[in-house]
Write a protein that binds this ligand. Structure first.
Ligand SMILES: *Cc1c(COP(=O)(O)O)cnc(C)c1O
Length: 428
């Protein structure tokens, strides 16, 4: 039997393995090199057999949307009931992926359209998304960038990255750079060290964020040397992507602990997925496990309108139901924000139950999580301070100079006293 298959089977069955085997298993490069990309190997490891028809279907899908599973992630699957396993469903192709629904889009978030420089998506006033990797160890079946999965298995060249960096250098409004991909942690330590160093040199970049799923699918990537590099370069926040409590294992806990103890604030972005985590009890368990490991639940995403994801999508009502079951019922910092990333590049829009039931001139009516309906009496003598951007509060305390602030846009602009705009007119 191929050594990788044997080791993975052993790990699944929690069999004692030799020190050498364990060392190999925990080597992230070994894991990345040995990702499982064909149905045969999955069959051998899980001890299952697909029918001829099923196999043909699966192979057809893999040609369009390739498969790649780390031995570690595959070893978390419960072989007794693999079809219902949340790990299996996120990692293994499903014939429904070939179904293109009426509203499916290739690039629903218009990331390619809103790109002013290679790798850069600049949608919000003060922050950019910077794709620095085309590589992932595990291809999530629900990937919003499914169009690109497996496209070009390469890390952009330094020259290409340099163009993105140049864009950031030339745009002083960018105070937050979000490194994404692919998975930024699939880059070598040396390359990460270089790019983080370059970003940290840019004076207006106040924070760097890294979006990575390695703590979930390849926790051994979080090595001591990687952590040393992350500690070196300014303020770094990390967002990871746990979708199910089952993904929180001894190995992933170790990875999270290393990052947290290095002083890196950790967040989590989940995607709401039908038959994986579309359940208030599962989500509550997940957020509890996250905070127990120093990870702050940040977002729950409504599944995007990318092609081939329809079978993963839930109704929006399911998301609201989950939020209804979290807010008030558990620690406030364990409650993420449920968002819909607007198709067409509209950005993330929060959605939640209505807590504000009604209001009058100086009284609002609210309801809490228990259904208690209550009132809040507003002050009757609150005087609105007409803002001309020059009042003493600003001048004395903020000391902001022009150019330091991004321009006011959107609804905030309609509200601003110093703006003359009274309507926002749709562009088309
Ligand atoms: C999600 C996203 C961001 C970051 O949004 P936050 O709400 O600040 O986390 C920035 N740019 C793009 C294009 C995004 O999709």
């Amino acid at each position: 039997m191929e050594p990788m298959i044997e080791v993975t089977k052993n790990r699944m069955e929690n069999e004692v393995v030799t020190a050498d085997t364990l060392k190999m298993w925990k080597d992230w490069r070994w894991q990345a090199k040995n990702t499982i990309k064909d149905v045969d190997t999955v069959e051998k490891i899980l001890g299952i057999n697909f029918s001829k028809e099923e196999r043909e279907h699966l192979e057809e899908i893999i040609k369009i949307f390739p498969m790649s599973i780390t031995p570690y992630y595959l070893s978390l699957i419960n072989t007794e009931d693999y079809k219902n396993d949340p790990i299996f469903k996120q990692a293994f192709p499903d014939k429904r992926e070939l179904h293109i629904a009426k509203y499916d889009m290739v690039d629903p978030l218009a990331e390619d359209k809103n790109s002013p420089a290679p790798g850069i998506t600049h949608r919000y006033p003060d922050r950019v998304l910077f794709h620095i990797s085309n590589v992932c160890a595990m291809y999530c079946r629900h990937c919003t960038r499914k169009r690109k999965v497996g496209d070009r298995e390469c890390i952009p060249s330094k020259e290409e990255m340099e163009m993105g960096l140049e864009y950031i250098r030339n745009n002083p409004v960018v105070r937050d750079v979000l490194l994404s991909g692919g998975d930024p942690f699939m880059l070598s330590d040396e390359l990460l060290d270089w790019i983080l160093g370059e970003l940290n040199k840019i004076e207006h970049v106040e924070v760097i964020r890294i979006g990575t799923r390695t703590p979930v699918v390849l926790p051994y990537r979080i090595t001591d040397s990687l952590v040393e590099i992350l500690k070196k370069h300014g303020v770094i926040w990390i967002n990871t992507h746990f979708n199910h409590p089952k993904e929180i294992t001894i190995a992933s806990k170790e990875a999270l602990k290393k990052l947290a103890l290095a002083g890196i604030p950790l967040g989590n972005q989940s995607v709401l997925l039908a038959d994986v985590n579309d359940c208030p009890r599962i989500m509550k368990r997940l957020v509890h496990k996250l905070v127990e490991n120093r990870v702050r639940p940040y977002y729950i995403y409504q599944c995007d309108l990318s092609e081939g994801l329809e079978h993963f999508r839930t109704s929006v009502g399911k998301g609201i139901e989950i939020m209804e079951n979290l807010r008030g019922h558990t620690s406030g910092f364990a409650v993420p924000i449920y968002v819909i990333d607007a198709p067409g590049g509209g950005g993330k829009i929060p959605v939640m139950p209505n807590y504000l039931i009604s209001w009058s001139t100086n009284k609002i009516i609210l309801r809490n999580y228990e259904g208690v309906i209550t009132t809040y009496q507003e002050p009757s003598d609150y005087r609105h301070n007409d803002c001309d951007l020059k009042c003493d509060l600003c001048n004395l305390q903020l000391k902001l100079h022009e150019g330091e602030e991004s321009k006011i846009i959107g609804i905030a602009k309609l509200i601003a006293d110093y703006e003359e705009v009274i309507t926002l007119t749709p562009g088309e």
